[in-house]
Write a protein that binds this ligand. Structure first.
Ligand SMILES: O=P(O)(O)OC[C@H]1O[C@@H](O)[C@H](O)[C@@H]1O
Length: 271
C-alpha cells in the first residue's frame, strides 16, 4: 500500500494532494493539477506490489520538480530474502528502489545484510527498540527470548538485551541435498515462565510451528514477534501454538484475520 504525506501552510502533516491515478493504457500517473500548496515529506510503502513502486517513483519526481527532498519509508524490503542465487532478486529490487531516486530510504529489520548493502542512501531501523516499547509493561512476564535459528542470532541478542531477558537458542536443520527443512531443535528451557520467539519474517508459518513443537511448550507459554507478517498459506495454524502474535503493518498480510496478530504501526518509528 502506498500513502504519501506532506505539510500544508497551516503546519499540519496531511496526505499528499498529489493522488495516484492510472491512464487507460495502464501507466501510473499522479493527479497534481489544482493541488493546494504543500511541502512533500515522505511516503510509506508496504508490501511488494511493483505497480506501487512506479507510483512512488512518480511521487518522488513530483516532489523533486517542486524542489523538495523526500524520504521513501519502505519497512519491508521486497526481495531481501532473495539474497543469493539466480536471478539475484535482492539486487533487482535494490536497483528498482535506487532508480526511484529518493533522498533517503528507510527500512525496518531487513532479512540479511545483503540487500541493505545494495540500496543507496539507506537507513536501517532495528526492531529491538520497537519490541521493547511495545512490551514495556509485559517484559517482566517473560522468562526469556528464543532465537529460532543461527541467522537470527544478532537480532534476538539485541532484543533480549533491550528487554533485559536471557536468550535461548533453537536450530533449523536443512537437508543439504534437497534444501528442505528436516527438523528443529531447541536448547533446554527453564521449567516455568513465558518465552518470546523473535524473527524477521513469518511467511507460511512452518518455521514457527516446527519451533513451537521443538520447545515442547504450548500457547500458554509461547508468544511470537515477527517484524514482517506476511501470514500466507497455513499461517492461521500459529494460533494453536502461540498465545500472542505480534507484528507490524509493514506488509498487507499482517492483517490476516485468521492469524489475529497485534499490529504495531511503524511509520512514527521510521521518520
Ligand atoms: O516458515 P515461514 O513462516 O514460511 O518463513 C519464515 C522464515 O523464513 C525466513 O526467511 C525467515 O527469516 C523466517 O525464519
Amino acid at each position: 500500500m502506498f500513502t504519501a504525506y506532506a505539510t500544508v501552510p497551516q503546519g499540519y502533516t496531511v496526505h499528499s494532494a498529489a493522488t495516484p491515478m492510472s491512464f487507460p493504457a495502464g501507466e501510473a500517473h499522479l493527479k497534481v493539477e489544482g493541488s493546494p500548496a504543500e511541502t512533500p515529506l515522505y511516503f510509506y510503502l508496504t508490501g511488494a506490489d511493483a505497480n506501487e513502486y512506479i507510483t512512488a517513483a512518480m511521487w518522488i519526481d513530483y516532489a523533486h520538480q517542486g524542489g523538495h527532498k523526500v524520504q521513501a519509508l519502505i519497512p519491508y524490503l521486497p526481495g531481501a530474502r532473495q539474497d543469493r542465487g539466480t536471478p539475484f532478486g535482492a539486487k533487482v529490487y535494490a536497483n528498482l528502489i535506487n532508480a526511484m531516486n529518493a533522498d533517503e530510504v528507510v527500512c525496518f529489520d531487513p532479512h540479511s545484510p545483503v540487500m541493505p548493502a545494495l540500496v543507496r542512501n539507506l537507513r536501517v531501523v532495528d526492531s529491538s527498540a520497537v519490541i521493547a516499547q511495545l512490551l514495556r509493561n509485559k517484559a517482566g512476564e517473560y522468562a526469556g527470548v528464543i532465537c529460532p535459528d543461527a541467522g537470527a542470532k544478532e537480532r534476538t541478542a539485541r532484543t533480549a538485551a533491550a528487554l533485559g531477558l536471557p536468550l535461548y537458542s533453537a536450530e533449523k536443520h536443512r537437508d543439504f541435498a534437497t534444501g528442505k527443512l528436516s527438523g528443529f531443535t531447541c536448547e533446554e528451557l527453564p521449567e516455568e515462565g513465558r518465552f518470546l520467539v523473535v524473527d524477521d519474517i513469518c511467511d507460511g508459518g512452518g518455521t514457527f510451528m516446527g519451533l513451537a513443537a521443538a520447545t515442547g511448550l504450548g500457547p500458554d507459554r509461547l508468544d511470537l514477534w515477527v517484524s514482517h507478517g506476511v501470514f500466507s498459506g497455513k499461517a492461521a495454524q500459529l494460533r494453536q501454538a502461540y498465545g500472542s502474535i505480534y507484528t507490524t503493518d509493514s506488509h498487507p498480510g499482517a492483517a490476516n484475520p485468521d492469524v489475529a496478530a497485534y499490529i504495531t504501526p511503524l511509520i512514527s518509528h521510521l521518520i
